[in-house]
Design a protein. Structure first.
Length: 79
C-alpha cells in the first residue's frame, strides 16, 4: 500500500517537502521513519513527532493505505 509523507522545518530542507512510500499492511509510522532514516543518515538521529489527519499519533500508530503522515522535528524559537 502507498502512504504519503510530508516533512517540516529542517527535515524539509534535507528530505524535500514530501515523498510517497510503498509499505506492507500493518506498518507503523515509526517503521516508516526508520526506513527513511536508514536511507538518509543525516536525519537518523533526529527525534520526530508524527501526525495523521491533523492529529498527533504515537510511533506505534499503524498506517492505512492512502494516509498522509506529517513528520515534525523538534521546534524551538519564539520570544
Amino acid at each position: 500500500m502507498v502512504v504519503r509523507l510530508r516533512f517540516f522545518a529542517s527535515l524539509r530542507e534535507r528530505l524535500g517537502a514530501e515523498m510517497t512510500r510503498q509499505v506492507p499492511r500493518g506498518t507503523t509510522v515509526e517503521a516508516v521513519w526508520d526506513a527513511i532514516a536508514a536511507e538518509h543518515p543525516a536525519v537518523a538521529r533526529t527525534q520526530v513527532r508524527f501526525a495523521v489527519a491533523e492529529r498527533y499519533v504515537e510511533p506505534t500508530y499503524v498506517v492505512s493505505a492512502g494516509e498522509e503522515v506529517a513528520v515534525f522535528p523538534p521546534v524551538s524559537g519564539g520570544r
